[in-house]
Ligand binder design. Structure first.
Ligand SMILES: Cc1ncc(COP(=O)(O)O)c(C=O)c1O
Length: 400
């Protein structure tokens, strides 16, 4: 049975994680995987999360199954975070939420829904993107195509090319958009650009799927939702795949959500019955712990404030690292882009598309034990106080 199954290529990000772990060098540095570290390199548990866990333990909610679509109170706080308090589309019942195992689970439930009910649709994905996007949608039997997004020459959004490519969308196709902190480029559209993008998607009769894995890691929780809210104002139907992996540091708890916005409550509720089918035949019902933590924190003003303060601190550290990395490279006379290194500070989120070539990335790994993704994507949130100088020195050595 199994002899003829060919070996799969290792995952470009998690595969590198395994190579990193196996590397015996003491000074090795992991800037590949998208996990936030504090200045000392620890992947911390947020205080608000630990406090919620203590309270949960006292309550002991048990280990029963959750409903197929997860906890109702979790769905409510997810929608409030995405759309803002009291949004009319929530009041009108146009949005339904399925709690899913992480943002990945939300994307897969979306893919299964479209794979079953929109056979023949093409899902349009930004070039570049988080590599898992392709496998998730193709795995559900959907075709994928890419649209141009990033202009390496100017290190910015290539809006004209993107809009040009979006003209090829057919009615019933779907477009995957990164809600904020685009992975891997860190380049997000401005409000005016979001408007043009949303209008192009609407004109084509296509469905926007917003992958929203980094809310709060850019300019703030509300600010980062600006693009999504512009899309909602223009497109009558949207799917949002959100995640608390990064902004709650709940990576392993798999707390994500798929929120479907339909033209009216009846359509939304009918769609929910099919979302339930997609979940039931896949993992039956979602894991409970992470969602309980999130629901408790977001519905308790004291814990919510504590979490927002911690999220601001994480974000502040990322901005600080961006600045320090840029300065360190400037001081070494390294220019990662023809216009200089300013892009490191203007990009948003955990990642910077460094412009390092594949050969330079390989040298960083082989000669200096510094692991970054082959595309040149650096997780700036992984740069600790202790490694800033060795990282800058190594980059200077491979670039010069
Ligand atoms: C763009 C993007 N979407 C989705 C995810 C999935 O997040 P999760 O770990 O919650 O499944 C990630 C995680 O790295 C991501 O970068």
């Amino acid at each position: 049975m199994f002899e003829t199954i060919p070996a799969a290529a290792p995952d470009p990000i998690l595969g590198l994680q395994a190579t990193f772990k196996a590397d015996p060098r003491a000074g090795k540095v992991n800037l590949a995987i998208g996990v936030y570290c504090d200045a000392q390199g620890k992947t911390l548990s947020l205080k608000a999360v630990v406090e919620a866990e203590k309270r949960l333990l006292e309550k002991h909610p048990g280990h029963g199954y959750l409903p197929i679509e997860g906890l109702a109170e979790y769905g409510a706080v997810v929608r409030e975070m995405l759309f803002g308090a009291g949004h009319p589309l929530v009041k009108d019942g146009r949005a339904i939420t399925a709690q899913c195992p992480g943002g990945t689970g939300a994307l897969r439930v979306t893919a299964d829904l479209l794979g079953t009910h929109r056979k023949g649709a093409t899902v349009w994905i930004s070039d570049p993107t988080w590599p898992n996007h392709f496998g998730i949608f193709q795995g559900a039997g959907l075709a994928t195509k890419t649209y141009r997004y990033f202009d390496a020459a100017s290190n910015s959004l290539n809006l004209a090319a993107m809009l040009e490519d979006l003209k090829a969308l057919k009615p019933g196709d779907a477009v995957l958009l990164h809600g904020c902190c685009h992975n891997p480029t860190g380049v997000d559209p401005t409000a005016a650009q979001w408007k043009q993008i949303a209008e192009a998607v609407k004109a084509a009769g296509a469905l926007p799927i917003v992958d929203f894995a980094y809310q709060g890691f850019g300019d703030g929780l509300e600010e980062d939702a600006a693009g999504l809210r512009i899309i909602l104002g223009i497109c009558p139907e949207v799917i949002v795949c959100s995640s608390f992996s990064k902004n709650f540091g709940l990576y392993g708890e798999r707390a994500g959500a798929m929120t479907l916005v339909a033209a009216n409550a009846d359509i939304a509720n009918t769609a929910l019955t099919q979302v339930r089918m997609a979940v039931r035949t896949n993992y039956s019902n979602p894991p409970a712990h992470g969602a309980r933590v999130v629901a408790m924190v977001l519905s308790n003003p004291e814990l919510k404030q504590m979490w927002q303060d911690e999220l601001k601190q994480m974000c502040g550290r990322i901005f600080g690292v961006r600045k320090a990395l840029r300065q360190a490279l400037d001081q070494r006379g390294v220019k990662l882009h023809k216009d200089g290194n300013a892009f490191i500070e203007t990009q948003r989120g955990m990642f910077t598309m460094s412009g390092l070539t594949k050969a330079q990335v390989e040298r960083l790994q082989k000669e200096y034990g510094i692991f970054i993704v082959g595309s040149g994507r650096i997780n700036v949130a992984g740069i600790t106080d202790a490694v800033l100088v060795p990282v800058a020195d190594a980059i200077a050595a491979v670039v010069k």
